[in-house]
Design a protein around this ligand. Structure first.
Ligand code: SF4
Length: 491
């Protein structure tokens, strides 16, 4: 007979086909990426730290493969004089199995605390709490209040151990969670039937990515063509459904006046149908304000959930690496870079070396420059002695993404302008394929592993080499893209 865990219940709320696949065809799931695994590991780490907020709590230590034993241990502990605080206690009701992160006994009632590694309460967190509340009350416990405990991104780490009262925020969500309970008997019964029934028919749509990226995304989207309708900019579920009803799965097959297309979507369809790139008049003029030496600058940052350096907050962006390809007026290209040795706060040396490299002359080109601009502003706040110099760098910034967005129509872009999409489309000579790191999320995660001392010296050295190659490729990509957009051949 089917049963549900808390996490499977959440999957069922997102998509019944997802629930069915998870229970019946788990082998079809996409492989877990390094970045996704990091998110899971961060949740575990934060959950363990959160327990320290409740001294004297008793942990039901059986893992997720030992559900029956976890239930037995919980029943034994609850029998006479239950501990005041229980971690990971196990309960089952009507086929639903839950293990609340924290239960606090208050007289003959209990308070439920669900720990999240994010920094705010999200709608999906409420159903997460609600299903636990429903099971606990069904199992005979009186639940007085329910809370979400999450990281507080206003907490500024002072060094040493964390001040757990300030690192975590606790928000009561009792009434929001309780509002869901009347719907649960029917919802749960339907999900249990779904698990035992045939594979549900569910179309792809926004729910494939929200609230969580579906683990079966690849499986359900595998039959879509190279330029699928789901890649249209800001495509709605209604438009996807209307296109599928019309038998259309490829952007190239969308008729020009298909109802419901926005102007931006129509432009993408037209570009795909035309099949050739188009550079709108005014592209060259967009670069008129660039001054040599042109610094093509890129930052890499990490966002530790648990702050590593005094003066930083949970999930604060901490820059640790920059790369600067410098294009002189005579066409000479030089490369400068900085990558902080893992250990102390990287920001002081990052700023000092970057200011030396940039000097006071020439334009500073970044791709999606609002990111670099925000980091420069934050660095000025953190290091006020450099605030004036950093303000002058901000005044020299030029966003290379803007001319791409404003003037370039290309059948490969589909309205997107991220450098990882633009580069292969416009600069075929340069690629990230042979690098050890292919995108910023992995760069961030690998440096964090070095900064926390999670890897051996040998692995750390390999990561540092990969990071150098990756960040240098980002700035060289901008140089080549600038050449192409100016009408020159890529080197
Ligand atoms: S990819 Fe979409 S349709 Fe397929 S199981 Fe996941 S959420 Fe459901």
């Amino acid at each position: 007979m089917a049963s549900l865990s808390k996490s499977r219940f959440q999957l069922g709320l997102q998509c019944e086909k997802l629930l069915w696949l998870k229970c019946n065809r788990p082998e079809l799931a996409d492989p877990v990426t390094e970045v996704q695994q990091h998110v899971f590991d961060t949740g575990t780490r934060v959950g363990e730290l959160a327990r320290e907020r409740f001294p004297g709590g008793v942990l039901i230590a059986e893992d997720h493969t030992q559900s029956a034993r976890a239930l037995e241990t919980t029943t034994r502990l609850m029998a006479d004089d239950p501990p005041r605080v229980l971690f990971e206690a196990a309960f089952v009701h009507a086929g639903v199995f839950v293990r609340p992160d924290v239960l606090v006994r208050v007289g003959d009632a209990w308070e439920l605390v669900e720990v999240k590694s994010g920094t705010r309460v999200k709608p999906e967190n409420i159903t997460d709490v609600a299903v636990q509340m429903w099971v606990l009350e069904g199992a005979g416990l009186r639940v007085r209040r329910a809370h979400l405990m999450h990281l507080d991104n206003t907490y500024v780490y002072q060094g040493g151990g964390y001040d757990l009262r300030r690192l975590f925020a606790i928000e009561e969500v009792t009434s929001d969670a309780r509002a869901w309970l009347p719907a649960f008997p029917e919802l749960v019964a339907h999900m249990l039937e779904t698990i035992d029934g045939p594979e549900p028919v569910r179309r792809i749509g926004k729910h494939c990515e929200k609230p969580y990226a579906c683990a079966f995304f690849g499986h359900c989207h595998a039959s879509l063509p190279e330029r699928p309708i789901t890649a249209l900019p800001r495509v709605s579920d209604e438009l996807i459904a209307a296109l599928l009803d019309a038998g259309i799965t490829s952007i190239g097959d969308i008729p020009p006046f298909f109802p419901g297309l926005t102007a931006a979507q129509r432009a993408v369809c037209e570009t795909v149908r035309r099949g050739t790139p188009r550079f709108a008049p005014g592209l060259q003029a967009a670069f008129a304000r660039l001054r040599h030496p042109i610094h093509f600058l890129d930052f890499e940052t990490m966002m530790p959930a648990l702050p590593l350096y005094p003066g930083t907050r949970p999930f604060q962006q901490v820059p640790f690496q920059w790369s600067d390809h410098v294009l002189a007026a005579d066409g000479a290209l030089t490369h400068l870079e900085f990558l902080a040795q893992p250990g102390p706060d990287p920001r002081p040396k990052f700023v000092q070396t970057m200011l030396e490299a940039l000097g006071e002359e020439g334009s500073v080109v970044a791709y999606h420059a609002s990111f670099e601009d925000s980091r420069l502003r934050e660095l000025a706040d953190a290091l006020p002695g450099h605030a004036d110099a950093l303000a002058r760098v901000r005044a020299r910034l030029f966003d290379l993404e803007k001319p791409v967005r404003d003037f370039v129509q290309h059948p490969e872009l589909l309205g997107r302008s991220s450098i990882k999409v633009v580069l292969p489309a416009l600069v075929g000579t340069l690629s990230y394929d042979d690098l050890g790191i292919h995108e910023g999320g992995t760069a961030s995660l690998r440096y964090l592993q070095c900064a926390r001392g999670d890897v051996s010296a040998k692995v750390r050295d390999a990561i540092m080499a990969d990071l150098r190659a990756y960040c240098a490729t980002d700035t060289l990509a901008m140089v080549e893209l600038h050449r192409v957009l100016q009408g020159e051949e890529a080197a």
